[in-house]
Design a protein around this ligand. Structure first.
Ligand code: ASC
Length: 148
């Protein structure tokens, strides 16, 4: 009984320290995971863009809710780019230039964090000001690391 408990504890500890890729049953799951997080982010970012660019009426509560999703999603895709998960729209540079890719991740997380602060400020000018730099961080990464 004690041996079983010890084994279970060891397995649980190992699970928390395994590399990200090992959190997925198969590489396709990692690809689906990262694409899903990026897709959800793009949908909510698009709604913020519509408000920032005057294509949709400004709604402070909706802006904050959308920015919340964007900031949360911005943290997720990266665990889905582990070793052995090449494919999807990711260029080989993701793995060949890992430190640079990481810089882009950190930049996006920082910019979406600022976007959330701006959205919570509750005025459209703050949202407009931070929308551009956030979109630029999406684009900068896509230019180097995304196919098509
Ligand atoms: C979006 C979206 C992107 C970015 C990018 C910004 O809404 O889906 O990939 O913004 O187009 O340049």
């Amino acid at each position: 009984m004690i041996r079983l408990a010890t084994f279970a504890l060891a397995a649980a500890c190992a699970a928390t320290t395994l590399p990200a890729a090992a959190q997925f049953a198969k590489p396709e799951d990692a690809i689906k995971y990262r694409q899903s997080a990026l897709f959800i982010m793009s949908q909510h970012f698009g709604r913020l863009g519509a408000m920032a660019n005057g294509r949709a009426p400004y709604d402070a509560a909706a802006a904050a809710a959308n920015a919340e999703v964007v900031a949360d999603m911005a943290k997720l895709p990266w665990a889905g780019f582990g070793a052995g998960t090449e494919g999807g729209k990711a260029k080989p540079e993701v793995w060949k230039e890992a430190p640079k890719f990481k810089e882009h991740q950190d930049k996006l997380i920082a910019e979406t964090g600022k976007l959330l602060v701006a959205a919570k400020a509750g005025n459209i000018d703050a949202l407009k000001t931070q929308f551009g730099p956030t979109a630029a961080s999406c684009k900068a990464c896509h230019d180097t690391f995304r196919d098509r």
